[in-house]
Design a protein around this ligand. Structure first.
Ligand code: UDP
Ligand code: MG
Length: 344
């Protein structure tokens, strides 16, 4: 991507670069309380930067009125577009929808709960302008998150990176800027199972990392509970590594070898010491253990098979209920929507 001279001083006003468009994508699920502050802060930043911009709010099937608030805003404010999904598809799908509906030369992803400060956008643009295709925001600190969440996240990333071929950076979340090239690369990945962090890492491209302090939630509660997080972690591991399958094989080989050794030992013992019949407890223990190993292995196989099954169905990642924006924008936008995926 060519470097744009006009961007040298990103904060200079009244010198809008008409050729460049920045899209800010925000996935929203039950964030009614945070939305007004979010909008205010993002808009203030967008007005201070010298390139054209659009704010894409993706409603992920909210049930607290966020969907109506977003729709109302999009119909009033020209640079806001509302993409409302037909139900709750999860953050990964909402992000995919937002990215698919973004027309920008650069796309920034931001959480609706203001944990990712929009005030960092100029800094991200600067890094993009200096040639980065991806500007990944790394959390220096995570205020307002529990010790358990922090440590489990830490160990999860260590484990994931050890067993997968793609290096997924710790402490960088979805908060990032992507150039059009990176966005197109992401959109071209055909898989339905969209573990975003893994996909981001997979595409690679020149990346600048900027550290920031993650704020606590502005309002409401995190939509994640530990079960969800476990699910996401499992998703991450099984989407980006087949190490668990190998582990199952390894466990199988090990137990089989132990079984052979044990059989040999029994033969020798019978020859030397005769044939008493003790050993029911150890037999039961062995059977239970092996049964457990077998069930785990089958479960793992099922997990990967299930993934293949869902990919094979070729269902879209999300379904759009409607896309709303002011009329004037809609007219100019129809020309530039060539990259939308089948689901839209
Ligand atoms: N989110 C979403 N769909 C969901 C869950 C969450 O679009 O099913 C959005 C949510 O509105 C927020 C972002 O994803 O903008 C991050 O969610 P959350 O704050 O719950 O996650 P955390 O910050 O705890 O990782
Ligand atoms: Mg959050």
């Amino acid at each position: 991507m060519p470097v744009f001279k006009e961007l040298r001083s990103p904060l200079k006003k009244n010198n809008v670069n008409e050729k460049l468009l920045l899209s800010v994508v925000v996935p929203v699920y039950n964030e009614r309380q945070a939305l007004p502050v979010l909008y205010q802060r993002v808009q203030a930043v967008l007005q201070s930067i010298p390139i054209k911009n659009e704010l894409i709010l993706v409603d992920d099937g909210s049930k607290d009125g966020s969907d109506d608030w977003i729709a109302d805003l999009a119909l009033r404010v020209p640079n806001v577009r509302a993409v409302r999904l037909s139900r709750n598809f999860g953050k990964e799908a909402a992000l995919t929808a937002g990215i698919d509906h973004a027309n920008g030369d650069a796309v920034i992803i931001l959480d609706a709960d203001l944990q990712d400060p929009p005030e960092l956008i100029p800094q991200m643009l600067q890094a993009w302008h200096e040639g980065a295709d991806v500007v990944a925001m790394k959390r220096r600190s995570r205020a307002g998150e529990s010790f358990t969440k922090k440590t489990s996240a830490h160990f999860f990333y260590r484990l994931l990176n050890r067993i997968s071929d793609t290096d997924i950076p710790e402490d960088t979340g979805d908060f990032r800027l992507m150039s059009r090239k990176a966005v197109n690369a992401l959109a071209a990945l055909p898989e339905r199972n969209r573990y975003m962090k893994g996909l981001f890492a997979w595409i690679g491209l020149p990346t600048t990392v900027i550290e920031y302090d993650r704020a606590p939630r502005a309002a409401g509660q995190s939509q994640w509970n530990y079960l969800n997080l476990f699910h996401l972690a499992f998703e991450g591991i099984t989407s980006f590594s087949i190490a668990p399958l190998r582990l199952a094989t390894l466990a199988g080989v090990t137990t089989a070898l132990l079984g052979i050794l044990f059989a040999g030992w029994i033969v020798i013992k019978t020859l030397v010491l005769g044939e008493p019949t003790p050993g029911y407890p150890s037999l039961i223990a062995l059977i239970t253990f092996l049964g457990g190993v077998q069930l785990i292995s089958i479960g793992l196989l099922g997990e990967y098979m299930g993934k293949t099954y869902f990919e094979a169905k070729q269902r879209p990642v999300y379904l759009v209920r409607d896309v709303l924006q002011t009329k004037s924008v809609r007219l100019t936008q129809t020309r530039t929507q060539g990259h939308q995926r089948d689901a839209a």
